[in-house]
Design a protein around this ligand. Structure first.
Ligand code: CU
Length: 220
């Protein structure tokens, strides 16, 4: 009986977590590099860990073509249950590198989306199952890694309490322009555990502003 109760407890804990297994409806973990949490739905808690980059278990094996200026539909399975922001970054795969295997170390990431909450008697977030993220129309065509994350802030009042759910998708940007993205950041490196958008009590007092962690969002 004791074992059974423990199993039940473990199951309900898992169901509160989530993965980001696909973009634009591709088969799970094909155009999205398989993440370490694919079975247990767990989170990354240490922003200084290399897991904060892509939480990667295995390379990808597909890319999804997307026109510059159009949107990518990022799936969160079953949904981004916890209160907190959704954010997206891109990194251009260098010429001569294999999109399935390139390890995006160093300051190669620029942010393209950072969700802000609605303010009131509590913070209100999208908590969606799908996020439509617009690819900037001016960036050069080519292959990119797209790092998508949702940050759970429900116990973020303690250092290390924020929960990062993330994965990296492989996209092929078609069209585009010739602008060079700015404010490049590295993972790890872009975040500190003490950042005001990471170490935060969202319940009391209820914040009247929210500072997304990471670099400025690049806009064309
Ligand atoms: Cu959870």
């Amino acid at each position: 009986m004791k074992t059974f109760a423990l199993l039940l407890a473990a199951t309900s804990a898992v169901s509160a977590h989530y993965t980001l297994p696909t973009v634009n409806g591709a088969p799970a973990w094909s155009a999205v590099r398989q993440a370490k949490n694919w079975q247990n739905n767990g989170f990354v808690g240490d922003v200084t860990s290399s897991d904060i980059r892509c939480n990667q278990l295995s390379p990808g094996n597909e890319t999804v073509a997307v026109a510059a200026g159009s949107s990518v539909k990022v799936n969160v399975n079953p949904n981004a249950y916890h209160p907190g922001p959704f954010q997206s970054y891109l990194a251009k795969v260098p010429e001569g590198q294999d999109v399935n295997k390139w390890d995006p170390t160093g300051a190669v990431w620029f942010r393209i989306y950072a969700e802000q909450p609605k303010f009131g008697s509590q913070l209100t977030w999208l908590n969606a199952a799908n996020y439509d993220v617009k690819i900037p129309p001016c960036i050069p065509a080519g292959r990119y890694l797209m790092r998508n994350e949702h940050i759970g802030l429900h116990v973020a009042q303690s250092p290390g309490g924020a929960q990062f759910y993330l994965s990296c998708a492989q996209i092929d940007v078609v069209g585009g322009g010739s602008q060079t993205p700015t404010d490049l950041a590295a993972f790890p490196g872009a975040y500190r555990a003490s950042d005001p958008g990471i170490l935060i009590n969202i319940n009391y007092p209820v914040p009247t502003s929210y500072v997304n962690p990471g670099p400025a969002t690049f806009v064309c």
